[in-house]
Design a protein around this ligand. Sequence first.
Ligand code: HEM
Length: 397
Amino acid sequence: MTRPSNNLPVSNIDLYGDEALSNPFEAYRQLRDLGSAVWLERVDACFIGRYVDVQAALGDWESFSSAHGIGLNPIMNEAWREALICTDPPVHAERRKLFAAALGPSALKPVAVSIERRANELADRLLAMGTFDGVADLACDLPVNIVMDLIGWPDDIRPGLLKVAEGAWNGAGPMGARTEAGLATIQSLMAMIAEIYDSNRVMPGGYAAQMIAASHRGEIDRETAIGLLLGYVVAAFETTISAAASGAWLFATNPGEWNKLRANPSLAASAANEIVRMETPLQKFARYVVRDTTMSDGSIVPAQSRAIVAYASANRDERRFAEPDRFWIDRRERQNLGFGYGTHNCAGQGLARMELTAIFQALAARIARFELADEPVRICNNITYGFASLPMRAVAV
Ligand code: HEM
């Protein structure tokens, strides 16, 4: 597509290059300052980055559709067409019910006890280690173990699954080497899920067993069941892992906020919210623009184009947040868009918030301070933001 015939500001910023992916916030600020919507000529899509506009777009599925896919390339959008995240109402409402049954408050109640137990064991283990990796040792434990149980994944598949799923979100970027690698990952993951589905090797009582049962009852077909499982696996791991590691990094680099949490552990839930605002594990997705839509500054996003809805940019919008680049666990502005908004708001946020709260509460009871033991390494991913490695040291209370 060429530049649309309207007056949107145009930018040549390379939002999907290594530099912006490892530190995107300055690019977001420049784009926000240009307008409510900016035409990114490198990817032929509009960038929507101001809080008020991202929220409005996410709340208006009739103008900003997910049913044409949430990626910037047709291969991803085709591969994901059965995932919950790539549907519009009324299909969306029917499929979302399947998630609500598995991830709603009553389903999560019994899980809370094992989350708390695991978080305490994790904190003891990290303290005993002294020096550890904030990703592999701290952040992976709860999301991997708790979610594997909730899905009911067969034991033999568990160790390999995380590796197979790694980098899957890259598939949602504009075509190029990084995106192609992500698409290959998604293919492997789908093949693995299809094999488990066809051999019915899941644990009884888990989400996967529910999906298989629903498809055997004829409520959904095989492709939909596999698509929904794919969405669950990809949505649940990298996001929470990235949030937990980001939280450890934020506390290590903001010791005053750690002291605040230690003095008042009931701030852990609000700290989890602030971690997701600051670092926004899922930075941005795309929508298909169904009709010309007027933004808050009067500019018009053109029909039949792609729009990038940038949760991460909205979460650092100075028009909405006081000193948006500061990490304050007791920040007054509590609402942010890190878990999305509207129709597709995160179906797993109850679980994610529970895990993050439990991890940092357990750590605050035992650890006087975190320190960085070496230079952290950022991941470069088209969609997710986090660390590849985060060498840390913990000092006991
Ligand atoms: C800190 C961790 C997490 C973050 C930051 C996060 C973020 C998000 C965001 C931004 C969306 C909106 C997508 C859109 O607008 O199209 C979303 C949707 C979704 N998330 Fe999460 N997520 C997290 C954890 C989880 C977990 C643990 C699960 C599952 C157990 C999960 C399952 C889902 C699902 C199924 C959707 C699609 C909902 C729909 O389309 O109706 N997420 N998430």
